[in-house]
Design a protein around this ligand. Structure first.
Ligand SMILES: [Mg+2]
Length: 256
């Protein structure tokens, strides 16, 4: 059944909704620098309508740092998950992974900073529970040098792991946590605050890191991958415009 029809059917008859969205590439188009990923006012307005609905619990889960993510979305009544869900805050929920040690990340940051002069154009972004090495600005012939630096830091720091994204290495505490685990945590907590009755769960994302959530929520959620990549999600949509159509449909079904 086409996605929007399925959504209409599932959301009929008073069901509640827990919806989790990735940010970059899902709610905002992919842009050449992370700073330029700005939420369109119309999308923010639709998200706000949804977030205000009694029947909806809305979350945004991203590899971005929690405060960066909050500032970009800037809506109340939303649950935010930063650093791939190592930190979660919003709507009276608060979580910080108990085994994630900020000191490990601070030490990783220092090691990376020491190595960075060897690769002009590379940049570090410190997010508290993660540190991101951005190498979009590095000349392609030096990318192997970036890889070597990342590998050597990882060899020395056994308590740290890395997630590779689009021209980034995201260094995080190695605590066995990912978007899938975080999404499950969020769904459990958010669903329990909805009025009694049937609860529809939805997760949409565009990245490999979102695949952990598609798998974790396989039997629980309507899962949507944005983009043409093979996926474990039940549905694929082409791009951010399709997500916007989805949001509008959800808002007209659920928001006053
Ligand atoms: Mg994304």
């Amino acid at each position: 059944m086409p996605l929007l029809d399925r959504l209409d059917r599932e959301l009929g008859e008073g069901a509640g909704l827990v919806a989790i969205f990735d940010y970059d590439g899902t709610l905002t188009p992919l842009v050449s620098t992370p700073e330029a990923a700005v939420l369109a006012p119309s999308v923010r307005a639709t998200l706000a309508r949804l977030a205000r609905s009694e029947r909806v619990r809305l979350a945004i889960l991203s590899g971005r740092g929690l405060s960066d993510l909050k500032a970009r979305v800037a809506l109340n009544d939303v649950v935010y998950g930063g650093c791939h869900g190592l930190e979660i805050a919003g709507r009276d929920l608060r979580f910080r992974h108990p085994r994630a040690r900020a000191a490990d990340i601070a030490a990783t940051r220092r090691e990376l900073a020491d190595a960075l002069p060897a690769v002009p154009g590379a940049r570090l972004e410190y997010k508290g529970l993660a540190v991101t090495l951005h190498y979009r600005g590095v000349r392609p012939e030096r990318w192997s040098r970036v890889q070597e630096i990342a590998s050597s830091v990882l060899r020395r720091r056994r308590t740290v792991t890395v997630i590779q994204g689009h021209r980034i290495f995201d260094f995080m505490p190695r605590v066995g946590w990912n978007k899938g685990q975080a999404a499950r945590w969020m769904v459990r907590r958010m669903a329990s605050t909805l009025p009694r009755g049937r609860v529809v769960v939805l997760y949409a994302g565009d990245d490999n890191t979102d695949e952990t959530a598609f798998a974790a929520l396989r039997h629980r959620a309507l899962t949507i991958r944005v983009g043409a990549t093979p996926t474990a999600a039940q549905y694929s949509v082409q791009g951010v415009r399709d997500v916007q159509a989805l949001l509008r449909r959800m808002a007209s079904a659920l928001a006053a």
